[in-house]
Design a protein around this ligand. Structure first.
Ligand code: GLU
Length: 291
């Protein structure tokens, strides 16, 4: 029998807050109830924003909270060669293309389109979809720009990707944390347009690293915040494209700040370190997040 496997996957680009505590403790509780495993993964591909100090702080906070996870901890920055191998496959299959437009150029393109009275679609996070210009660049021009060291990112050709996988992409979402029932959710990867799959200097992106790591670590149950619900569409498409198994999902409620908004890492007063210093116990935090 294979054990159900859960994971908590924070990014060390700031301090953990109550929202992370809820997610970590909920994963631990669901894993314990299922007699399953709990893994910890450090999502530190953004080597400019992630630091060893934040990572040390995060481990300290999680230990203090009472989280217990299996060793070894997977640190994404140590696995760039694995991501590169998969990226090379996507490049060879022409499912990704180099995208050269800067933020300013994208803005100008959209402003121009909107001036002509046409709206421009935004993704579920409100970011404008990537314009279709670079997808049409001839191979020679792409090679020339890359040889000239122009900055670029590898973007998924979402239409080509959808055409490659079977129709009717969906995922199984648990209806609550007891995992007694799931419902099928239709994946809508087009909503994100041609997402970034890798950078010139970093051979992966959040989406690509997550789907590969969840497979490599044997994660069967992904429990994470509602803020990543829409991202699941892109991740399901990548899983199908790469022939990866499909985990089950539970997107939990978010812990909101006093202003009713999602907590962020700059929200000092709900940071776990600050709460600990203010004298709260791990039990207080557990109660505060409603567990
Ligand atoms: N590293 C992501 C974050 O900090 C979570 C990734 C995931 O759970 O899929 O928000």
């Amino acid at each position: 029998m294979t054990l159900l496997t859960f994971r908590f996957a924070p990014s060390p680009n700031g301090e953990l807050h109550l929202g992370h505590a809820y997610s970590a403790l909920l994963n631990q509780r669901m894993a314990a109830r299922a007699g399953g495993r709990l893994l910890l993964r450090i999502e530190d591909i953004d080597i400019t924003r992630c630091t060893p100090e934040f990572e040390a702080g995060l481990l300290r906070d999680l230990e203090w909270l009472g989280l217990r996870w299996e060793q070894p901890v997977r640190r994404q920055s140590e696995h760039f060669a694995e991501y590169q191998a998969v990226l090379d496959r996507l490049i060879a299959e022409e499912l990704v293309y180099p995208a050269f437009m800067s933020r300013g150029e994208i803005r100008a393109f959209i402003a121009e389109t909107e001036k002509r009275g046409r709206g421009w679609p935004r993704d579920p996070d409100g970011v404008p979809l990537y314009p279709p210009l670079d997808k049409a660049l001839p191979a020679r021009e792409r090679r020339r720009r890359i040889a000239e060291n122009m900055p670029f990112a590898w973007r998924l050709d979402v239409e080509a990707a959808i055409a490659r996988v079977s129709a009717g992409l969906s995922w199984a979402e648990f209806t609550d944390e007891t995992m007694s029932a799931t419902r099928a959710i239709e994946a809508k990867p087009r909503a994100w347009g041609d997402v970034i799959v890798a950078r010139r200097d970093i051979p992966t992106s959040y989406h690509l690293a997550v789907v590969l790591d969840d497979t490599l670590q044997g994660v069967s149950h992904i429990v994470r915040g509602q803020d990543l619900y829409a991202a699941t569409s892109v991740q399901r498409l990548l899983q199908e494209l790469l022939g990866l198994p499909q985990p089950r999902y539970f997107h939990h409620r978010l812990i909101l700040g006093p202003d009713g908004r999602k907590l962020s890492k700059s929200f000092k007063d709900t940071g776990l370190a600050a709460l600990r210093q203010a004298g709260l116990s791990p039990q207080d935090v557990t109660r505060l997040v409603g567990l």
